[in-house]
Write a protein that binds this ligand. Structure first.
Ligand code: UDP
Ligand code: MG
Length: 315
């Protein structure tokens, strides 16, 4: 098998057919290709649409993994990678925002440049609101400062990876998977290729603004321990500050004496440090909570049903 396409699908009933048609157009001369659709607990008829596709394309290599509920795109990518047989593996969205023609371009690049192990698409011009672009840039600059690995700004998970890269990614067993970080963490030579993102064909994006913030926090916590060090840094600063203030008070007491006042200052300081401590406990709690989930070693997804054009139905 030359190429495996991993297609995570969540509520994509209207996109499955057009997506497949587009792929057929692009890969009409390429027979050595497998499609792996992962239905990530969709609430619409995505399930039905993929099954129909399989029924009417028995001569094409199509696999279908149906999750028992929504586990998230990262889990779907992982399941797809485990299933993939190809020498090259591509991750592509089902909503046609990422045109399959770029998969072909990425694949050709890898075949012609054996020094490279993966190609990642990035958006040169982001078609998003200015505020969102600003927040995303801020995220990349923060994570690049806090983390030891390099995150290429605007690089998506629309990629073609060699089997070797995928095997390395599969060796990482963590529950909280932040693909952009995993891709960078494993190393290898990645070529970044510009691409133009298209409008979503049907349905709507599953990302809300707060969803993106959660995703960004997940990335930072997964790939940096810097927030944990914040407690020591702030603690040291306030300790030194208090020490200086203590010396000033002692000198004041000896020289001019102290009137009883400063009620507002005391209340403000108690509230300030109380709040600060809560925030720091919260940060520690985030890491601790993750450690708790990780040690439970629960499966990252559950496959309810698996069908493929070659093997028939297995439950
Ligand atoms: N997706 C998924 N599980 C989810 C959310 C999304 O498998 O919980 C899939 C979705 O069907 C699509 C891809 O991930 O193929 C990207 O999702 P979306 O278009 O919502 O994200 P955006 O393009 O807005 O970043
Ligand atoms: Mg999309």
């Amino acid at each position: 098998m030359k190429l495996s396409l991993i297609i995570p699908c969540y509520n994509e009933e209207k996109n499955i057919k057009p997506f497949y048609q587009e792929c057929l157009k692009v890969f009409k001369d390429e027979k050595n290709i497998e499609y792996i659709f992962i239905n990530d607990g969709s609430k619409d008829k995505t399930h039905y649409e993929i099954k129909e596709l399989i029924k009417s394309n028995q001569n094409i290599n199509i696999s279908y993994l149906n999750f028992s509920r929504n586990f998230g795109k990262e889990a779907a990518i992982l399941a797809g990678m485990k299933q993939a047989q190809g020498d090259y593996i591509s991750i592509i969205d089902a909503d046609l925002q990422q045109n399959p023609k770029y998969v072909k371009k990425m694949l050709e690049f890898l075949e012609n440049n054996p020094d490279y192990d993966s190609v990642a698409c990035y958006q040169e011009k982001r078609k998003e609101s200015k505020i969102l672009i600003h927040f995303k840039n801020m995220f990349y600059s923060i994570i690049n400062k806090l983390s030891e690995i390099d995150f290429k700004s605007n690089a998506s998970d629309f990629r073609v990876l060699s089997k070797q890269v995928v095997n390395s990614i599969l060796e990482m067993e963590e529950y909280y998977r932040f693909s952009k970080g995993l891709f960078s963490w494993v190393g290898y030579n990645t070529y970044y290729m510009p691409y133009e993102v298209e409008e979503r064909k049907h349905g709507k994006s599953s990302w809300s603004f707060f969803g993106l913030i959660k995703y960004a926090m997940n990335g930072i916590i997964s790939f940096s321990l810097a927030p944990l060090k914040l407690a020591s840094i702030l603690g040291s600063i306030s300790f030194i500050g208090s020490l200086i203030y203590l010396i000033i008070i002692i000198i004041q007491k000896i020289t001019v004496g102290i009137e009883i006042s400063g009620y507002a200052t005391i209340v403000c300081l108690i509230l300030l440090f109380g709040g600060l401590q809560m925030i720091l406990i919260g940060i520690i709690g985030e890491y601790l909570g993750r450690t708790y989930i990780e040690v439970k070693r629960r499966p990252k997804y559950i496959i309810k049903e698996k069908i493929s054009t070659k093997e028939g139905i297995t439950k």
